[in-house]
Ligand binder design. Structure first.
Ligand code: FES
Length: 126
């Protein structure tokens, strides 16, 4: 398992993005929190496969109630990742296997490591 961050590092009602890589594996992950519950999703929009935050680290709609894609404005529920309004309505974000244990948020995958988001963005740009 890979420790993504401390539970307290995810603000209640907020979300954070992470980049994770390992041999043959690279993924961006969103961790959203509401109260004591956390939800993990792959940071890729079901409308067009691009990251929801477009490298800004901002995942919430203006009201702070939903995850929102900056591509075309789709709204996703925290609880199940389902798009409730937008061009991919009815589709869902792909779940990422996370859990909270010993005060931290863990990704249930072995052989991977966190990648610095800024370095990742720069390498993606070539
Ligand atoms: S790319 Fe996400 S709504 Fe279009």
């Amino acid at each position: 398992m890979l420790e993504l961050c401390r539970f307290a590092d995810i603000p209640d009602g907020g979300a954070r993005g992470f980049a994770v890589e390992g041999p043959g594996f690279a993924q961006r992950i969103i961790v959203a929190r509401r109260g004591g519950a956390v939800y993990g999703y792959v940071n890729s929009c079901p409308h067009v496969p691009s990251r929801l935050d477009f490298a800004t680290g901002e995942f919430l709609d203006a009201g702070g109630h939903f995850l929102q894609c900056q591509g075309h404005g789709a709204y996703f529920r925290f609880e199940d990742g389902v798009c409730i309004e937008g061009p991919c309505e009815g589709k869902a974000l792909r779940p990422a296997p996370i859990r909270v244990e010993r005060g931290s948020v863990w990704l249930e995958r072995s052989g991977v490591a966190l990648v610095d988001e800024i370095s990742k963005v720069l390498s993606d740009l070539g």
